[in-house]
Design a binder for this molecule. Structure first.
Ligand code: CA
Length: 682
């Protein structure tokens, strides 16, 4: 789990299916029951998956199913593909038969309050891992244990110290971590659990167990590693990070500098947050070369629907994910995502050790339909179960340990729509993707139903458009499978982009198109040719803060979420967001100025400010334009081009003009600003 994800969940209201809104359902004798209206087609879909060749012999595919036990205790049912209800042993057998080699269980030190009430998130302690691990081992699955070394969720946003270690010195904490790992693993070993991989920490980019420095973190990694070597000498030790789009090479150097004893450099990879698959392959290849270690994707997932099934808003939802350049939200989309990520890590070569899906079975404890006549009752019942069995992402009891996040926003499953089971526990064919990737399972007779329009591109006049043109487009087949097609651009059209203005250019798909009669398929792209930018590094493509005076280190130029190119001005803070970025330019001729700014982001709170201020220091004339941030990749623009009432901004040679970006918002707010633009209107 990543901090930004749980933060997105907070702001969500419940999602209602359009179908249910129109149909009406409930207790009336002529009305169908709500459960009968649920989209059952998902469980009948058959997915198309190409075989992945040349996987390393010991490559493992699997999933984190930590929440299973709490879902089971809450009374929810799981079924096999024949529709038979399965118990715990049957459930793990089903996973094995679907092609999984390994399952992963997170372990928290002590996820309970002083009265023994669970914090939720599956109440995952060693005892839960032993119970599920025994059953998984019986089914022939390998087991990975994922130690968070915290009493609750550990991720890039928080790495809280376990309660029992709070007053310890560094040396004492190191010894306690080693002892905790030894005891926990010994319990698993004594129970006969087949532990083959142990993760020392979870998404530890920014810390572990309250320690932030690399020296302290490394000492803790080694303490955990020592215990693994002692109890399970044949198991591999994994380290786990969560930002492949960031600087893993620096991480690897720190880890090597302090001689950490480990085998696997693991990463999370969620398409929305973690860069392109090409970048994943490239970065993990580089890491494998530098370190000589194996590499693995330890978490990934994709949603088969944007609906919510339990009355607790989902991370990926209608509200936050309408913009989706990746896969379709469908059972086939899940298969595409799993196969694409697996292919990308397998492309690393012999160093690739495997991939794991995150929480494919965190289904609703009770299927909730907000329009049903029994909706209130179901939601009340779900809430009781989340509290009693810890089957939601957090219970109210977590507030003593994590008051700011779990304490405020506790609730149910935020990922029921990315499970590989439907809301009632029936497996989706996407679960078989693990088997299909080894065997191949390609459907026949598919045809291209639509091409996903590439996002518009902008360039400054005089630049080479080829630097901005995509060389591929995504197309969706009639089974919702998305494929990548190579394209060729119409060079004749491109030569016409020689003056400021908006253009439409075209490319032609050069790859074979499923179901096509051979007619060339053209794809359109909008191109905006902009005048010369007077700002230094207004597009942030220098890759650093050059040109800008930035008032606080919470903001800076990074590779996170650019609008255009590779860089943007990114901001995030777990306390209040407030900064300015500004620069002053001296004009060398008379004229009229135009200006604009683009921004995206979220969790900024009511009344947040994201402002572009342009001031002529000579005349005092000032322009102010604002945008309201509404979510990830929901780009908003302000300035001359979008404001009907933008003033005529006349300037004279020698005038100094200051451009200021002013941002303020709530704690936890995040976003990026890109393409800040100041030019003569000509
Ligand atoms: Ca949910």
């Amino acid at each position: 789990m990543k901090k930004r994800r749980s933060m997105i969940v907070r702001g969500l209201s419940l999602v209602t299916s359009a179908m249910l809104l129109m149909s009406g359902c409930g207790g009336g004798s002529s009305e169908p029951k709500c459960s009968e209206l649920m989209d059952r087609t998902a469980r009948d879909v058959s997915v198309s998956v190409s075989r992945i060749d040349d996987l390393p012999a010991d490559f493992v595919m699997g999933a984190d199913v930590s929440s299973y036990l709490s879902i089971d205790k809450s009374g929810a049912s799981f079924y096999d593909f024949e529709g038979n209800k399965v118990d715990m042993d049957g459930y793990f057998r089903l996973l094995k038969e679907s092609g999984l080699d390994i399952v992963r269980f997170r372990v928290w030190n002590d996820p309970f309050d002083e009265k023994g009430r669970g914090y939720g998130g599956g109440n995952c302690d060693t005892s839960a891992a032993v119970t599920m691990g025994k059953s998984a081992t019986k089914a022939g699955l390998q087991v990975m244990i994922d130690y968070h070394y915290s009493d609750f969720w550990a991720d890039p946003g928080k790495q809280m110290t376990p309660k029992a270690w709070l007053l310890m010195s560094d040396d004492e904490k190191e010894a306690a971590l080693e002892e905790f790992t030894r005891e926990s693993l010994t319990a698993l070993k004594d129970a006969g659990v087949n532990v083959t991989i142990v993760s020392v920490g979870n998404e530890t980019d920014n810390g572990m167990s309250g320690e932030k420095g690399w020296t302290e973190k490394c000492a803790l990694y080694n303490a955990g590693s020592r215990a693994v070597r002692e109890v399970f000498p044949d198991a591999k030790v994994a380290l786990h990070f969560s930002n492949p789009e960031h600087d893993y090479v620096t991480y690897a150097r720190h880890i090597a500098d302090c001689s950490v004893d480990y085998d696997i450099f693991g990463t999370s990879y969620y398409p929305y947050w973690h860069g392109t698959l090409e970048n994943l392959t490239e970065v993990m290849s580089e890491i494998a070369d530098i370190t000589g270690k194996r590499v693995m994707v330890l978490e990934t997932s994709w949603a088969y629907t944007l609906e919510d099934g339990d009355g607790s808003g989902n991370t990926v939802s209608h509200e936050s994910n309408s913009a989706n350049p990746f896969y379709s939200f469908s059972v086939q989309g899940q298969a595409d995502e799993i196969a694409s990520v697996t292919g990308a890590i397998a492309d690393v070569g012999d160093a690739a050790l495997g991939m794991m899906y995150w929480e494919p079975a965190w289904i609703p404890v009770g299927y909730y339909n907000p329009k049903g006549s029994d909706a209130d009752k179901v939601l009340e019942s779900n809430r009781k179960k989340w509290e009693k069995f810890g089957s939601g992402w957090a219970s109210s009891y977590a507030s003593v340990y994590d008051p700011d996040d779990a304490g405020k926003y506790y609730g149910g499953s935020a990922v029921d729509n990315q499970a590989l089971f439907d809301f009632e526990g029936h497996p989706l064919d996407s679960l078989n993707t693990f088997r299909y990737m080894r065997e191949g399972h390609e459907l026949e007779g598919l045809t291209l139903s639509q091409v996903i329009m590439p996002a518009p591109v902008s360039m400054e006049i005089g630049e080479d458009i080829h630097a901005y043109l995509p060389m591929t487009v995504r197309g969706e087949l009639d089974n919702k499978q998305r494929l990548t097609f190579n394209v060729e651009w119409d060079e004749e059209e491109l030569r016409q982009l020689s003056a400021v203005g908006e253009y439409t250019v075209h490319c032609t798909i050069t790859d074979e198109i499923p179901g096509s009669d051979g007619t060339p398929r053209k794809v359109m792209l909008k191109v905006n040719v902009l005048p010369h930018n007077l700002l230094v590094n207004g597009d942030f493509e220098k890759g650093d803060n050059t040109g800008w005076e930035i008032s606080d280190p919470m903001a800076g130029v990074t590779r996170d979420d650019p609008y255009r190119g590779d860089y943007a001005l990114h901001f995030w803070d777990d306390s209040t967001v407030a900064f300015t970025a500004s620069q002053t330019v001296r004009l060398d001729k008379d004229g009229e100025l135009v200006f604009s700014m683009k921004a995206q982001g979220g969790d900024m709170g009511d009344g947040h400010v994201v402002k572009l201020i342009v001031k002529n220091e000579a005349t005092g004339q000032t322009y102010e334009g604002s945008v309201t941030l509404t979510g990830w990749q929901s780009w908003k623009e302000t300035g001359y081009y979008v404001e009907e009432s933008a003033p005529v901004f006349r300037v004279s040679a020698g005038d100094k003009v200051t451009v200021t970006l002013e941002v303020s918002g709530a704690a936890g707010g995040w976003g990026t600003i890109d393409d800040v633009f100041l030019a003569y209107n000509e």
